[in-house]
Design a protein around this ligand. Sequence first.
Ligand code: MBD
Ligand code: FE
Length: 283
Amino acid sequence: MTSTDQSPTARGSGTSATQAFRASRQEHTAAAVSAERVSSVVGRILAGVHDAIRAEKVTYDEFQAAKQWLIDLGEGGEWPLFLDVFVEHVVEDVAAETQQGTKGSILGPYYLPGQRKLPSVASLPARPGEQGTPLVFAGQVRDTDGNPVAGAELDIWHADSEGYYSGFAPHLPDGNLRGVVVTDGQGRFEISTVQPAPYQIPTDGPTGRLIDAAGWHPWRPAHLHLIVRAPGCRPITTQLYFEGGEWLDSDIAQATKPELVLTPVEQGDGTLRSEYDFVLERG
Ligand code: MBD
Ligand code: FE
């Protein structure tokens, strides 16, 4: 996913997120949806919009401004960014009602499948002299009965120490700070990487303009993204945060959960180490 932009702006990341989403859709075609389902879900969404217009006495000027903004959002390729920041957390809450084991969190717009497979003890692909505090992230994958899951995949991706994701920022090499780590015979893994920075929603696109117009802040706390999967187990999509991290209590994407906060320990050599075990549901 490359862009001709030379700086990591909304134009680059927003459009690339739309391309990545379209590519991922080829893997699974949409199931047929009944008219009853469309009518009840879309009917409720429209009723919510109508309620807001009545309650807030929205004017024609405001209605036309909203129309212009929605056009800009689509033309800027920012639908995935906008929906994942402001809506996905509720879809995830509903999905979580039926999931056992490790808590999930939102996927977000910056997942790219097909990254390099790595052994259970591995360093994520990084630039020579990759900036940031060294971080060792280690643990075990088990099932809900407590059995280790050998050969589980930890598909991990995260921002660099400046908050940029490879594939969505033209100055970063493809695959940087992304990888698929495979657990050993005891379900164990140990991943060396660098601590990511908090993520700022690009301020130069329609999503950023909305955040600014509303007087909100554009930040997500620093986080690691993971999809943990294994044959015979339900995959879990989640994120892990850092204790004491800035924006942990005011994530713009509302995707933090207390169970998903790491407590890294400084190792005396400037390296942080954090242990976290994952529990997968069979079936
Ligand atoms: C991110 O890095 C992210 O994880 C989400 C959910 C939305 C925007 C940027
Ligand atoms: Fe993210």
